[in-house]
Design a binder for this molecule. Sequence first.
Ligand code: FAD
Length: 525
Amino acid sequence: MLKNIESIVIVGGGTAGWMTAAYLSKAFKKNMQITLVESSNLTTIGVGEATFSTIKLFFDFLGLQESEWMPKCQATYKMAIKFVNWNAQRRHFYHPFQRYEAVDGFDVSEWWLKMKKEQDAFDYSCFLIPMLCDHQKSPRYFNGQVFDDKVQKLFNQEENQEKNVLSNLKVQYPYAYHFDAKLLAQFLKDYAMHRGVKLIVDDVVEVGLREDGSIDCIQAKNYGEISGDLFIDCTGFSGLLINQALDEPFISFSESLLCDHAIAMQIPSDMAKHGINPYTTATALSSGWVWNIPLYGRAGTGYVYSSAFISKEAAEEEFRKHLGEAADNCKALHIKMRIGRNRNSWVKNCVAIGLSSGFVEPLESTGIFFIQHGIEELVSHFPDKSFNEDLIRSYNQAIANCIDGVRDFLTLHYYASDRADTPFWKATKHDILVSEELRERLRLWKSRLPNNKNINQNYHGFESYSYSVMLLGLNYMPETSLPILDLIDDHNAVSVFNEIKQKAEYLSATLPSQYNYLNYLVQSS
Ligand code: FAD
């Protein structure tokens, strides 16, 4: 009997459903029957518009050039997240997609701690990207060349090579994207259907189980029975298959991460007048924070807040006050967020991907990264009809490690900040659960900044430089610089800081603005 999986049924047509359908249709070429069922009555979440730098691998895997998809999805470049009002001094800082240079074996950040003067902000001293963000630059020249030489070299080598996957990515891509979530889902729908994915528009009303507890078929209201070998649950927070039908428990992170609601809004933007920021902004407010995501033609914004500290009405009032006139006549969408993850995201013959699997607040734009990671791990663990338990266990471990790693990283964003001026910000210092592993690391990081040997070793997308940036930005500083640096001549460090400054100035003077570059991309597509 043929043991190979022959048919996959994806339930849900949001970002997760269509990313999965597009990726699998490419991965399996024509050897798999893929069906996607989406409801015309239940809307998609429709937010989720800022991404993580590894998203480029996803588009590379699909074989898509930026000029093919970016203009169709109102996409822009994102080189960093700008954190505003996250420390007691209210000094902003950037978390860029850029690793530190090393000087005599030590990150420039360690040298910065030793040599800093009052006026030297760590992010502008150690990275190129903050100055490019201030000047609203594109990461590419008009000829397509990326500003970062190391990445450009890799792009050149990659042209005729097998595409990378998350687990073997060697470089830090210098940018991610912002895009319109609905336009992207539509784009990927066209892509997937062109490659043979069958679409059924209907509501799933029942899930039929076999005696062993696996899924036999789903019942759609009008279409009737739909059967398959493997079912992928992309039904969002409702977890229709994994939680409701298979009864898999959901582990809440509410003790560590207090924000549980969001108010989302789309606001117009005058790009010709104000340009387009090549970064996401995260501005802290009284009981959470506000995202601002600049797209080509409009901006997406939202207040992520904790309902234990502010009511829905007061949150909307504070949010509108923060936005000012820009929000007049704009409709607010209130969303309750399910923060945490399934105990297991793969159970029997059902794999949950997207919000049905797990979600943490979008402070580091990891929702779509979790989707990409879930899909890639599924392909690398792809089973036959015997659904080997060891494969399933290994997949579940990888997913749990990744989401838990990001949970701890976000917990650090609150716990390590010295802001404590409102009941919410006070609670983030005294009342939240901080894992023992993170506590131990935070103790060490009072003596030295994080490096790749002392951060969480499980793959979760973040490298040590990200931890270091957040600690420096949040004012969680080591008390002294590394003693060994007193024993090394600092002339190499002085040269590197000068080079960074000169290169940032050169790039700021020569790169096109993001607005001009995207206009060029739109016109030439
Ligand atoms: P959904 O968009 O909810 O889609 C669910 C689908 O399932 C829909 O098509 C629905 O019709 C279908 N469905 C449900 N029930 C049935 C049924 N019975 N029958 C048939 N179909 C059904 N991620 C980021 O990476 N960056 C961000 O900046 C970001 N911001 C976010 C902000 C907020 C406030 C929230 C809540 C999330 C954010 N995310 C972000 C996460 C991101 O939005 C999601 O990861 C992404 O949109 C995927 O959603 P989904 O497809 O899993 O679910």
